[in-house]
Write a protein that binds this ligand. Structure first.
Ligand code: SF4
Length: 126
């Protein structure tokens, strides 16, 4: 999973979290950072790809721009909850007897293997 944040991404998120739901334009954000516009834009793209921010087109003071907002924690938690719910082990009657080297075991389980192949193929699409 590519969710590790570099120092610039972390700094951007800290500024965004201070702004809350109203968000901030890239023009307002740039002076708060000690980087050029290109580095800022690239960091914002990475944060958007990782799902930490949303960028929406807007017109501010007559100029077209993007308003950047942090993705709400509740939304991230819901996505995580829905992702975890897909793991077959949580619906398996053998959950508490399944153990590495045992019978049943995760390394021999065809259901888990099939699930992991599906995850890998989904990740390969992105
Ligand atoms: S690895 Fe297979 S057998 Fe074990 S808990 Fe998960 S789904 Fe059940």
């Amino acid at each position: 999973m590519r969710s590790k944040l570099d120092p610039l991404e972390r700094e951007i998120l800290e500024h965004l979290l201070k702004k809350g739901d109203k968000g901030i334009t890239q023009e307002e954000l740039l002076p708060l950072l000690n980087v050029d516009k290109r580095s800022c834009s690239r960091a914002l793209l990475r944060l958007e790809k990782k799902g930490f921010i949303e960028r929406r087109r807007a017109v501010v003071k007559g100029k077209k721009t993007y308003v950047i907002k942090p993705v709400l924690l509740e939304k991230k938690l819901l996505e995580l909850y829905n992702a975890v719910r897909q793991i077959p082990c949580f619906r398996c009657p053998y959950l508490f007897s399944c153990a590495e080297g045992g019978d049943p075991s995760p390394e021999k389980c065809r259901i888990l293997l099939s699930f992991l192949k599906g995850v890998r193929s989904e990740l390969a699409k992105n």
